[in-house]
Write a new protein. Structure first.
Length: 302
């Protein structure tokens, strides 16, 4: 029995569901500071820039989108030099791609998340950009911030929300905040507000009167003593005399003066006016943001 046990080989095994990742590393230089980091996050989250760079065959001198050959980045003495970003922005990106806690993305400041979003757009990292946008959206960005960040980093949702907020109510923004926008943007906000005010006035949105249904009567019948003959609109012919109040010269009669109320546009109507005007006046900005939200970025030369 003992001989049989000793001659038996080791028990057979099968691979588990979790496979080890090949954690290759790379050296990057940002503003004179060299970072030695894992390649995995850059290859996984960058859909074109770093993925294409690391796909270059070993020993190739062909340049990637960030200007690096396959030989660069292998050692501290020959790092891949990255431009267009600061050390603070790069370190924040590293924190997001390689979180040091199990609770998910780190607790970064508004400025740090903005830096992460900038690099995510620069290096074609849509998943990282999505997280950045979600985190920044939860920070109650002001209308002017939404406009500036929406234009700079291609976030159409912020851009639209910011424009609608300013066109709808300028009292929410200070003069100093408005001065941070370009004069073209500020002018278009004011022009859109003026156009909405003019439309409301032309539609009877201010200074007019309205009355309840069932309170309009034919002026001809009332003046002639033929009774109070109700009509639904000024353009509706009276069922008794056949006259149309709008053209008969007798007009309408409202016997109950308490039925009259000053006209004020319902909130829903104004919201739609503002949204429609923003879509018209800022159409090019919104389209450009939509394109940037989906396009692969062009990386500046390093």
């Amino acid at each position: 029995m003992a001989d049989n046990a000793e001659s038996a080989g080791p028990p057979s095994t099968t691979s588990g569901p979790f496979l080890a990742v090949d954690h290759k590393t790379v050296h990057f230089e940002v503003e004179g500071l060299v970072y030695h980091v894992c390649r995995y996050g850059f290859e996984t989250y960058s859909l074109s820039v770093f993925r294409d760079m690391f796909a270059l065959p070993q020993g190739s001198h062909e340049e990637s989108a960030v200007g690096a050959t396959s030989e660069e980045g292998a050692t501290r003495e020959n790092p891949i030099k990255l431009t267009g970003c600061t050390t603070s922005e790069f370190q924040s990106l590293i924190e997001v791609m390689y979180p040091r806690q199990l609770s998910g993305p780190p607790a970064l400041t508004k400025e740090e998340w903005t830096g992460v979003l900038k690099l995510a757009r620069l290096w074609d990292m849509p998943a990282v950009a999505k997280v950045s946008i979600e985190k920044l959206s939860a920070m109650n960005l002001k209308a002017v911030e939404k406009i500036k960040l929406g234009k700079e980093h291609g976030v159409p949702k912020w851009l639209k929300e910011g424009y609608i907020a300013l066109v709808g109510d300028l009292s929410i923004v200070s003069q100093k905040e408005m001065e941070t926008l370009s004069w073209q943007t500020a002018f278009r906000v004011l022009w859109a507000r003026d156009q909405i005010a003019r439309k409301q006035e032309a539609d009877g949105g201010s200074g007019g009167l309205w009355t309840r249904m069932g309170t309009l009567y034919c002026g001809c019948c009332v003046s002639c003593g033929d009774g109070n003959c109700e009509v639904s609109t000024p353009q509706t012919a009276c069922s008794f005399c056949g006259n149309v109040p709008a053209t008969s010269g007798y007009g309408l009669v409202i016997l109950d003066s308490t039925a009259l109320t000053t006209t004020t546009p319902p909130p829903g109507d104004k919201s739609k006016l503002v949204a429609d005007k923003v879509a018209e006046v800022f159409e090019e900005d919104l389209k450009e943001a939509e394109l940037r939200d989906t396009a692969v970025p062009e990386v500046a030369d390093t």
